[in-house]
Design a protein around this ligand. Structure first.
Ligand SMILES: NC(=O)c1ccc[n+]([C@@H]2O[C@H](COP(=O)([O-])OP(=O)(O)OC[C@H]3O[C@@H](n4cnc5c(N)ncnc54)[C@H](O)[C@@H]3O)[C@@H](O)[C@H]2O)c1
Length: 266
């Protein structure tokens, strides 16, 4: 079997928001390994600096900036810091966990602000340069919650991610004529600090059972798809929201129950 050449991003600059840890961090490492110059942008300035340092320590090209993606001036400063932005990954996100009637309106607004307005502001800031150069890749990190509901987070998160998928579709249509591709990745459950903070071991086991592949995804599983969507090999993908979930969205029972029912039906 012949394997395709590894994805390369030499000469490209990739900005990844929320890249200090978790999925964003794996994405940043992936781009750097492919030869890109990476900007680690994160609210947590110290963690972003440490993450960039880690990339350079293994031979990659990276810098960092403390950025709140909801702040227009900070987003402009991010684009100025990066210089040319060929690739933007909108990955930073937060959640609320309460049921709707117990959700503080301010917390709701903040989730929508970070998860939806943040990607809008970052995209808005990089688009003029991308249009001018006739080249750009934007990848939004949504969630399978966009297509069903979130299991661990609250309705604010589900609504923000559904909005992000809709934003992806609309922006993809507007940007495609200028050589800019916009797509989204919808991770299923991924073992990251965000999930580990929200779920106990029993919940994690239940989540594992809901994934036909039989395991939770890793940040690297998500990074694989992000890198592909940001590469020229994905040129004809436009406004897609790709589920990277090991089949979790395909069924609505865990696989043990599914096979029990098949056996009972023999
Ligand atoms: N972990 C999962 O199971 C899972 C599942 C589906 C989707 N996702 C999505 O994947 C992405 C990454 O998730 P993760 O689990 O790695 O999260 P995480 O909490 O581990 O990392 C998120 C990063 O974003 C940063 N951040 C938060 N607010 C910010 C802001 N206003 N400006 C800039 N940076 C900010 C945080 O400092 C943090 O470093 C998110 O979009 C999340 O919604 C995660």
């Amino acid at each position: 079997m012949s394997h395709p050449a590894p994805l390369r991003f030499d000469g490209r600059t990739a900005v990844v928001t929320g890249a200090a840890r978790g999925i964003g961090n794996a994405i940043a490492h992936g781009f750097a390994a492919g030869g890109a110059t990476v900007v680690v942008a994160d609210l947590d300035e110290a963690a972003a600096a440490a993450a960039a340092q880690e990339i350079t320590s293994v031979g990659g090209k990276a810098s960092s900036l403390g950025v709140d993606v909801t702040d227009e001036a900070q987003v402009d400063a991010l684009v100025a810091h990066a210089g040319t932005v060929d690739i933007l990954v909108n990955n930073a996100a937060i959640t609320t966990t309460q049921v709707v009637e117990e959700t503080d309106p301010e917390a709701w607004r903040r989730v929508l602000d970070v998860n939806l307005t943040g990607p809008f502001l970052c995209s808005r800031a990089v688009l003029p340069g991308m249009r001018e150069r006739g080249y750009g890749k934007i990848v939004n990190i949504a969630s399978v919650a966009a297509k069903r509901i979130s299991f661990n987070a609250g309705a604010s998160y589900t609504a923000s991610k559904a909005g992000l998928v809709a934003f992806t579709r609309h922006l993809a249509y507007e940007a495609a004529p200028d050589g800019i591709s916009v797509n989204a990745v919808c991770p299923g459950p991924v073992l990251t600090p965000m999930l580990a903070e929200m779920a106990d071991e029993a919940t994690l086991n239940a989540r594992r059972k809901s994934v036909p592949r039989g395991r939770l995804a890793t940040p690297e599983d998500q990074a694989e798809m992000v890198l592909y969507l940001a590469s020229d090999r994905a040129d004809m993908l436009c406004g897609q929201a790709v589920d990277v979930d090991g089949g979790a969205l395909l069924g609505w029972y865990d696989t043990d129950t599914y096979f029990e029912r098949r056996r009972a039906a023999r």
